[in-house]
Design a protein around this ligand. Structure first.
Ligand code: RET
Length: 259
């Protein structure tokens, strides 16, 4: 079996596709007149974030980005693997936006990206794990991967509130305050993802109760869609509409590059 397993999922994924596509077009339009190279970076990165997501959503919408995983105990789960392909590229790009805004150095940005990739790849391992060959039950195996992924996430959050925030605090008041708005948005929205995952189908926590998750795949698909739109399109609008703040961030990073 391939493809969304209900009309509700198809509609949610269709809304996700359209929302990401419209966001992409809006960001292209907003960035088209920009001539400052440093400021262009923000427009390019953010446009790719929604562009990649639009493609991933379309792939799930039309049944390519979804597979059935058969667990060691014979039960089957419907897994939207394309989410992880999307997040693998787009979450590092979101962190790159934040890092550039804060004026962070290469090592700080690379550390954030490394932690993020660790988080997504181990999350994908959990989503695909069958439990075959594992001393743990299928659900136990998947939840263990979730725990490892959360480990990366916690360190990532720590980095965001410590190192990155103290770098950002050295920027002008406007840049520092745009940074904290976006950082707080990231902390709140991103924290919802592991919660939806563990309550949803992926954890297989509800196996044996008639539904693989404590919340069903329909609700989960809607929740991820709303979160993805807020974390990408919402984030992008807040960042890119602040033209004069981007100006200040751009001139600060030019000054740093000239040092
Ligand atoms: C997973 C697996 C379980 C543990 C953790 C996860 C974290 C996912 C996050 C995803 C963020 C996605 C964003 C998408 C933008 O549209 C992979 C669910 C910690 C934080 C921001």
């Amino acid at each position: 079996m391939a493809g969304p397993t209900s009309d509700i999922q198809t509609i949610a994924l269709g809304i996700g596709t359209l929302g990401m596509a419209l966001g992409t077009l809006a960001f292209i339009a907003m960035g088209s007149g920009e001539t400052n190279e440093r400021k262009q970076e923000f427009f390019i990165i953010t446009t790719f974030i929604t562009g990649i997501a639009a493609v991933a959503y379309f792939s799930m919408f039309q049944g390519f980005g979804v597979i059935e995983v058969t667990l060691a105990n014979g039960e089957a789960l419907t897994i939207y693997w394309a989410r992880y392909a999307d997040w693998l590229f787009t979450t590092p790009l979101l962190l790159l936006d934040l890092g550039l805004l804060a004026g962070a150095d290469r090592n700080t940005i690379a550390t954030l990206v490394g932690l993020d990739v660790g988080m997504i790849v181990t999350g994908l391992a959990g989503a695909l794990a069958t439990g075959a060959g594992s001393p743990l039950s299928p659900a136990g195996t998947r939840i263990a991967w979730w725990g490892i992924s959360c480990g990366f996430f916690v360190v990532l959050l720590y980095y965001l509130v410590s190192t990155l925030s103290s770098v950002a605090a050295q920027r002008s008041g406007d840049v520092a305050s745009l940074f904290s708005t976006l950082r707080n948005l990231v902390i709140v929205l991103w924290t919802a993802y592991p919660i939806v995952w563990i309550l949803g189908t992926e954890s297989a926590l509800g196996l044996g109760t008639g539904s693989p998750g404590l919340i069903g795949l329909n609700v989960e698909t809607i929740l991820f869609m709303v979160l993805d739109l807020a974390a990408k399109v919402g984030f992008g609008f807040i960042l890119l509409r602040s033209r004069d703040v981007l100006d200040q961030a751009a001139s600060a990073s030019e000054a740093a590059a000239a040092d």
